[in-house]
Design a protein around this ligand. Sequence first.
Ligand code: ADP
Ligand code: ZN
Ligand code: ZN
Length: 723
Amino acid sequence: MFAKIIIDQDAKALDRVFEYSVPQDMTVEVGERVIVPFGKRNLQGFIVGLEEKAEFDESKIKPILQRIDGFAVIKKEMLSLMFFMADKLHLKLASILRLFLPSEMRTGQVKELIVRYVKLAKNFQSPSARAKKQLEIVKFLKDNGRQKFADVSAKFGYAPLSALVKSGTVLVENEQENRTPVFDEMKNEKRILTPLQQRAVDTICENKTYLLHGVTGSGKTEVYMNLIERRLEQGKTALMLVPEISLTPQVLANFKARFGDKVALIHSGLSAGERFDEWKRIFFGQAKVVVGARSAIFTPIENLGIIIIDEEHEQSYVSESNPRYDTHMIAEFRREYNSCTLVLGSATPSIESYAKAIDGEYQLVEMPVRVNGMEMPKIVVIDMLMEMRQGNNQIFSIPLIYELKNVIEQKKQAMIFINRRGFSSFQRCRNCGYVAKCTDCDVSLVYHRAENRLKCHYCGKRYRALDVCPSCGSKDIKQGAIGTERVVEELHKLFPDVRILRMDNDTTARKNAHRQILNEFRNTKPAILVGTQMIAKGHDFPDCVLVGIVDADQSLYQSDYRSIERTFQLITQVAGRAGRSSMQGRVILQTYSPRHYVYRFASNYDYKGFFKKEANLRKVTNFPPYARIVRILFTHEDEKVVAQDCKVCYNKVKEIKEQYPQDFVYLDVMKAPLNKIKNKFRYQILMRFKLDKADEIEKKIYDCVDEKCKSSVFFEINPNNLS
Ligand code: ADP
Ligand code: ZN
Ligand code: ZN
């Protein structure tokens, strides 16, 4: 017997299938991990096929040395997925397989959790009357049966317990246990569905893809849960993806309350051990419902009845680092493989997905009103230039301050959204224009007041804050655009007695900090929560009646084609946090471009109008989803090398362009806008072509990278971020 094996090394030269022989006394399965000799080393590999005959000279084929797990860790579906991804995304086989296993499994660093138990021996000898503690332990075990060693030891002391073990009165048993993540307690509140929800649940039943367009507060989560319940009743399983930042304790507790031990949870907050154990519960079929962030799409759950992607428009569903993949594409593959249902849910679907729904590729299901019949919060657009002309140079407009005062008087809550952490986006000398920049990255540094440091948000490097300009000695230092810290400081000045909380990457770095901040906010009235994107999603605070958007333009003028779409989405999501229970909510949106169409559509909650305008714009200017953008990004420490590699590739792409003169709309080569990150220089080839022959052209583009290219190369299709 011969095995086709992929070596678990992320190297281009090893990116193919090798043949090994299976020793007479060994039986192996496709999908198993094994150790094989490779050159002078012994390496880990995956069996991806078994054949009676070898393709190569059998006498030269080496044997498999050893099995690793003793069972197939890569299931059939995942093997097919691997070949699909390799073909579509041109990724290395080994790097794909790595996505399928918890990393701790590959590195072998996680041990199974062994818990020690103690119980009384059958014919135990009672300890002498003088050993009081020992007697207490014996009585305790008699009354309560088997107990955890650690618990008994904590209660009665380590010494008497080990004396009992030594004398044979008490026996120790070791057991392997699963580490399960902690959840907040929550009641299982099953609700009677509204007619709209019921219709959605009844409609979404076939083997196809549905786009669930439901406004914020329309009760999408309840629909998801009912859909999952139905699949469980049919003996099937479910996979539900949620963006990492929406995986709040509240959301998790909700699922746990509803589905109990059937739920497995995959997200980045888990310890390595927890993640490994949850993966095992999924692998062996104990878990029937998987709830997780993006990477959960690769969990080996079998017999899928439904896949749900909540907040489907979120950028985080496209992985930004290698290997790059798009979760929607993987979900489509798994839907087809399992003949199941795929649901994409959002209050603000991506232009791409909505276009597919209009073309009939997805079936559109709409929930246009909130569950409790509450009106959507009123969005008031404030012209900040006007505020300035009227003499207000503060970061808060007069209407926002007025509304905040109201909230505080009524002992309610408000959220203030500002999508930048830190105090100010940069420090600049007013005298000579000097801006503090990172030495390793081509970006300006962000000032953090709490630590009085400048920080690079790309590499994390810290620098001393400026009090005098290092270039001209001036003390006149200007702070750049405001961040969360600055907003909190200004609020403190205005409302010294009100509790003000901050939630961003800096305040939530510690484990459980996230939960603590949200719990405190929930239990404090009045209170103001200041935060980045983290506060924009999923939270349900009944007493939050006001949302302030300090700088709505922040995401508007970024140099990529999705920036307007993203602004619309952000406003709608943030606004959706207000007025979710009895009181109508209010949103104060501050902008310097009050007449931009995005604010007109967003403040009227007119998604369809926005879609029409935006889709039309993209059609006439040849942007996705009506054209395809490909970026090839080259990075290397040596700028000469990266420039050269990029140029060689560019010349080949130019030849392709000459073959398809009708299709190319744009092609150019340049330094990336962020020319250097972490001491690596970045160059790029950027192109755009029409859709008719897009797949054909894309395939050819992948072959343009030269064999001798020394730079790291990343291919991105319709990238989210062109920096
Ligand atoms: P969405 O995700 O669409 O923004 P949610 O799922 O957060 O909306 O639901 C909004 C609120 O309505 C939540 O507090 C939820 O518990 C509640 N809710 C959902 N469905 C029902 C229902 N059928 N009856 C009563 N309350 C409901
Ligand atoms: Zn200066
Ligand atoms: Zn840096």
